[in-house]
Design a protein around this ligand. Structure first.
Ligand SMILES: NC(=O)C1=CN([C@@H]2O[C@H](COP(=O)(O)OP(=O)(O)OC[C@H]3O[C@@H](n4cnc5c(N)ncnc54)[C@H](OP(=O)(O)O)[C@@H]3O)[C@@H](O)[C@H]2O)C=CC1
Ligand SMILES: O=C(CO)COP(=O)(O)O
Length: 334
């Protein structure tokens, strides 16, 4: 039995906390609001983010960051744009402990264009980072449905510890030594899922969506390889696997955002109306900036960035994509 601190009590943090507590681990599920922690404890359920899932006795909701100090490991599940601040707070609360931290958030930091493991290295340098990412809707995992994800970490010993800590009967972990590749897949697929939602929202049909998935995956690979990710990671669970899940399901917040935009919703108003996070909206611009700086073309992601930031309309963006010069297929350069 281990003591695990789960930082972030949205749907994914809650589902992971429930999973670990069902496996017999002692879980602190941290949320920033003391009132919410009290309400969740009283209800025995996180009604706002994961309704209908009873919290096991071994899971304690808490708003106290100092609980991280006595923990054996930390799962970090705070949305990407708020990650740095809370990593710094956790560092302080843990007295700069060299704690194993599995990054479970999927996005790039807008102000620095950094993936989460680079943010962690700056904000909490003593922490021993790993990445947990793959096709896994919180509600599916909480219901105990069969799921498989990637656990990526450079140290083999650390990987093995994570595998034995987080694996459960219906939650299968595959090990990888490529944390950067695992993170890239999760960040890029969210942006591509918005594009697929837009296509369905516009009524373009399944053929258009399949084309976006295939050409979007070419973008994901181009970008990932240029950044040093491994091909096998990009075409594994955390890359292709998560793209297939997210780009095909209204259960995805990113796909749903795209669906609404395709049906005419105004991006900023839609995003303001949602309690849940659609990480692709914030990641689209840093992703395309990073790609441009590396000389990598990502026309679909560029289009999504322009739409979610209100720089271009859906119809103009689609016309630009369809009128690009004809070229050979393949991940290639463009
Ligand atoms: N849901 C899923 O199926 C999966 C999600 N992920 C990833 O997990 C991460 C968390 O997403 P998810 O659990 O779905 O989140 P949800 O959309 O379910 O909930 C949003 C969470 O963000 C918190 N939050 C909002 N603003 C802040 C802030 N300023 N500081 C700290 N916390 C804040 C909210 O807390 P509050 O209530 O206090 O506002 C709430 O806990 C994302 O990166 C997502 O991509 C990964 C795999 C699966
Ligand atoms: O990352 C996810 C599933 O793997 C969840 O996707 P959404 O954030 O789009 O809901």
């Amino acid at each position: 039995m281990s003591r695990v601190f789960v930082a972030g009590a949205g749907s994914w943090g809650t589902a992971l906390g429930v999973l670990l507590a069902r496996e017999g681990h002692e879980v602190r599920l941290w949320m920033r609001s003391p009132d919410k922690a009290e309400a969740v404890a009283e209800a025995g359920e996180n009604e706002a983010y994961l309704p209908g899932v009873p919290l096991p006795d071994l899971l304690t909701p808490s708003s106290d960051l100092v609980d991280v100090a006595g923990s054996d490991a930390c799962l970090f599940v705070v949305p990407a744009q708020h990650a740095r601040h809370w990593m710094e707070e956790l560092r302080q609360a843990s007295s700069e402990a060299a704690l194993p931290v599995a990054l479970c958030s999927k996005g790039l930091e807008r102000s620095t264009l950094m993936p989460m493991h680079e943010v962690l290295a700056e904000a909490w340098p003593e922490a021993r980072g790993a990445v947990l990412s793959g096709p896994s809707f919180a509600a599916d995992v909480a219901r105990g449905l069969p799921t498989a994800v990637t656990l990526a970490c450079e140290s083999q010993a650390e990987r093995e510890r994570w595998l034995s800590l987080v694996s459960a009967a219906n939650f299968r972990l595959y090990a990888s030594d490529d944390p950067f590749g695992a993170e890239i897949g999760g960040a890029v697929k969210n942006v591509l899922a918005i594009a697929c939602g837009i296509a369905i929202g516009k009524g373009f049909g399944e053929s258009a969506k399949a084309a976006l998935i295939a050409r979007g995956f070419a973008e994901l690979q181009r970008f990932g390889l240029a950044m040093g990710a491994k091909q096998e990671t990009l075409s594994g669970l955390s890359g292709l696997g998560d793209l297939v899940l997210t780009a095909n399901s209204p259960q995805s917040r990113n796909f749903s955002l795209g669906l609404a935009l395709g049906q005419g919703a105004e991006p900023a108003a839609y995003l303001r109306s949602q309690r849940s996070v659609a990480e692709g909206a914030a990641t689209a611009r840093p992703l395309t900036e990073k790609a441009r700086a590396a000389g990598v073309e990502m026309p679909i992601c560029e289009g999504v960035a322009a739409i979610v930031e209100g720089r271009d309309g859906v119809d103009e963006t689609i016309a630009k994509l369809m009128n690009r010069p004809l070229r050979a297929e393949g991940a290639g350069k463009s």
